[in-house]
Ligand binder design. Structure first.
Ligand SMILES: [Zn+2]
Ligand SMILES: [Zn+2]
Length: 95
């Protein structure tokens, strides 16, 4: 087994060891988790913009009103979070 090396297209966070791929992915500058798109990113943020009480929630514990996970681990080589059932097919992962 060889260590999985980030591809050339990988984007690195300057402040933590995270890397990811894909232009739609978003990395949170507060909790340093990565999300596959802005909608997934928004799900982990709570609080009010107006009252400046925005904060991060742990994606692993987020549940909707039916008790289903709001975010699921992304099907990626990098650690990230995605909306359930929103896997949009292989992007730049060369198999
Ligand atoms: Zn965050
Ligand atoms: Zn980071």
């Amino acid at each position: 087994m060889t260590e999985e090396a980030p591809p050339k297209s990988a984007i690195f966070c300057p402040r933590c060891p995270s890397w990811w791929t894909g232009l739609t992915a978003g990395h949170c500058p507060t909790c340093h988790r990565t999300f596959t798109n802005i909608r997934a990113f928004d799900k982990h943020r709570a609080g009010s913009h107006a009252r400046n009480t925005r904060y991060c929630r742990d994606p692993a514990t987020l549940r909707d009103k039916y008790g289903d996970p709001v975010l699921v681990p992304a099907n990626k080589k990098w650690a990230g979070w995605a909306l359930p059932g929103s896997w949009d097919g292989p992007t730049d992962d060369d198999e």
